[in-house]
Ligand binder design. Structure first.
Ligand SMILES: *[C@@H]1O[C@H](CO)[C@@H](O)[C@H](O)[C@H]1NC(C)=O
Ligand SMILES: *[C@@H]1O[C@H](CO)[C@@H](O)[C@H](O)[C@H]1NC(C)=O
Ligand SMILES: *[C@@H]1O[C@H](CO)[C@@H](O)[C@H](O)[C@H]1NC(C)=O
Length: 565
């Protein structure tokens, strides 16, 4: 599709005609002041318009007789003081500037629609599209992961017919059977449950809530353990029997640490406190252990939920394996509107530790004032030692610092978030393809002499269609209002759209450090390409009060949950 762009640009008049037509078709509001009436219309719940078959699964997940009934007496807290404003107060935009962003937004939508059509044609109702060979693959139990993950993006982009068709398909998903006997609770929670909840919040379609409750009860079945901690992988058959499950000894901390937002929100929308109550037990374990680790404020990358041990361990990261455990601390504060003080306490302690031990200013040729988040290992003497390696997954940290800085009135944290975001933007620009590798080493400030400046190596040169960098660019834009973030996003988008394009959709790149020529691609398109990456790209060019960060909190798969007022 991008091959067609130069011709498109040459025909400037045609372009204008197209834009004006779209404008009149109300795809775009005619004035920034009447901001997006069509989108507001989408936001109106209209449950009566849902005429879908009664959802049915071959197993009723709420009918299990638990051997170990989960803790069920913790109630959702009532809200605390009103939260501070998160978003910058944007003024009315000049028509010329608005038009430019609108054009960008529509190009993002085109890339999305093309990939969605590829999925529909070759992998409909399967978990993922193989975007080069034009086939499908099951990866997450076979419940149409890409379809469920994309629902809210379809709605946000105004693709109403595609949305309706997808919701009809959701009604037919059977959560009573799985292509794998081991169900990944983390992925099921963030992609499927998160996707259903957000699509329900946006559209009000009852069938989505019913399916969310089915899945919520499936995840809840994972708490049927002696100590009330959830399993990492659900053995499908044992879970159905209710006989009781055994918690794994060692798991990555993000896994048990990333159930809170979805389960709390499920309790909010259903009024059934059991989901929140069960997950509160998990977060209490993290709360009690936070100051007792060898780097107080953060938890080791691996934790042992069987022993409720989140203290022992000497490897620490804010990136993959841990990331969303930290991401959800300020987000839980926001979702619960400050009603549970633990999340504020945990957030603040974590942010201080992250700032002190993990963030560094790499040595760069032009001495750009950016920050990078590295890893920390504890040496034999018990001292934390910085490992100046970073990865694409860690790029969410900038957005998290920004959001937390706003929530807790800390301007320094907001500025830190901007510098971290710029660190990832820098990393995109530093490579010839305009994309950041999956994993890189950097030169920390104390390395002064002979070493090459800046990046020392790309440990893993792939780009896997990941969203974390644009996620932070989006947060930084919405929080500070600085235009430069939209321009950075545009550079990133054009590089990614060009480098990942296949005949049917977009694919992961095997090496982004190559200069020139056709890039080697992998025949896989993760569902988060449609759920997250393209959603953030779309939203950064959309009018800023659309999916405002003061109205929604986004889960770690970019699914927006509506905040209660
Ligand atoms: C809601 O749905 C009904 C039935 O499809 C339709 O007649 C009505 O116009 C819709 N209302 C709104 C506000 O969209
Ligand atoms: C599932 O089981 C619960 C508890 O036994 C029951 O209340 C509910 O009606 C059942 N749902 C369906 C769809 O059969
Ligand atoms: C709540 O927990 C208690 C104690 O484990 C159990 O007896 C009871 O059945 C549970 N109630 C619900 C509604 O699950």
């Amino acid at each position: 599709m991008f091959a067609g762009r130069p011709r498109f640009v040459r025909n400037g008049i045609l372009l204008m005609a197209v834009i004006l037509t779209l404008w009149h078709l109300q795809l775009i509001p005619q004035r920034p002041s009447s901001e997006w009436t069509r989108h507001e219309h989408y936001m109106n719940h209209n449950a009566s318009s849902s005429q879908y078959p009664e959802p049915k699964s071959s197993f009723n997940w709420s009918s299990i007789n638990f051997r170990y009934p989960p803790h069920n007496s913790t109630r959702l807290p009532s809200p605390g003081r009103p939260l501070p404003r998160i978003q910058h107060r944007f003024g009315v935009e000049q028509p010329i500037a608005a038009k430019k962003q609108m054009e960008r937004m529509l190009q993002v939508k085109e890339v999305f629609l093309r990939a969605w059509q590829g999925y529909k044609k070759f992998a409909w109702k399967q978990d993922a599209l193989l975007p080069i060979s034009g086939r499908g693959r099951e990866q997450f139990s076979g419940w149409a992961a890409t379809l469920v993950d994309s629902l809210d993006t379809l709605w946000i982009m105004g693709l109403r017919d595609e949305f309706d068709e997808a919701v009809a398909a959701v009604a037919e998903i059977d959560f009573g059977s799985s292509t794998s006997n081991r169900v990944n609770i983390f992925e099921t929670n963030i992609r499927y449950l998160g996707g259903l909840l957000a699509a329900y919040d946006l559209s009000g379609r009852e069938v989505l809530l019913k399916k969310a409750v089915e899945l919520g009860d499936l995840i809840y079945a994972g708490f049927n353990t002696e100590n009330g901690m959830p399993v990492d992988f659900l053995n499908f058959h044992s879970a159905k029997s209710g006989e009781g499950l055994v918690v794994e000894g060692s798991v990555v901390s993000a896994s048990p640490g990333t159930l809170s937002l979805e389960l709390a929100h499920l309790s909010q929308v259903t009024g059934d406190p059991k989901y929140y109550s069960a997950v509160s037990q998990v977060m209490d374990v993290f709360y009690q252990g936070q100051s007792k680790t060898s780097v107080p404020g953060v938890w080791p990358m691996n934790v042992n939920m069987m022993a409720k041990d989140v203290i022992h361990g000497s490897t620490f990261t804010l990136g993959g394996c841990a990331d969303s455990l930290y991401e959800y601390l300020p987000k839980m504060h926001q979702l619960l509107r400050g009603g549970e003080p633990k999340y504020e306490a945990m957030s603040k302690m974590f942010l201080k530790t992250a700032d002190r031990h993990f963030l560094f200013r790499p040595m760069l040729p032009k001495e750009d004032d950016i920050l990078i988040s590295g890893n920390v290992n504890v040496d034999e003497k018990g001292n934390p030692v910085l490992d100046p390696e970073t990865e694409h997954l860690t790029c969410f940290v900038g957005g998290m610092f920004g959001l937390a800085g706003k929530l807790f009135n800390n301007a320094d944290d907001v500025e830190t978030g901007v510098k971290l975001t710029n660190g990832c933007v820098y990393a995109y620009r530093a490579f010839p393809t305009g994309m950041m590798p999956e994993r890189i080493d950097l030169a920390p400030p104390e390395w002064k002499s002979h070493l090459p400046k800046g990046f020392t190596s790309a440990k893993d040169p792939r780009y896997l269609l990941r969203p974390e960098a644009i996620e932070s660019v989006f947060y930084s834009y919405r929080i500070t209002g600085r235009r430069e973030f939209q321009d950075a996003a545009w550079d990133m988008f054009t590089a990614i759209a060009k480098g990942t394009e296949t005949a049917y959709a977009n694919a992961a790149v095997l090496d982004v450090t190559i200069d020139g020529g056709k890039l080697p691609l992998e025949d896989y398109m993760e569902s988060f390409w449609l759920a997250e990456t393209l959603k953030y790209f779309y939203l950064i060019f959309a009018p800023p009060d659309f999916i405002s960060l003061d109205d929604y909190v986004l889960n770690t798969e970019a699914h927006p949950f509506k905040l209660t007022k």
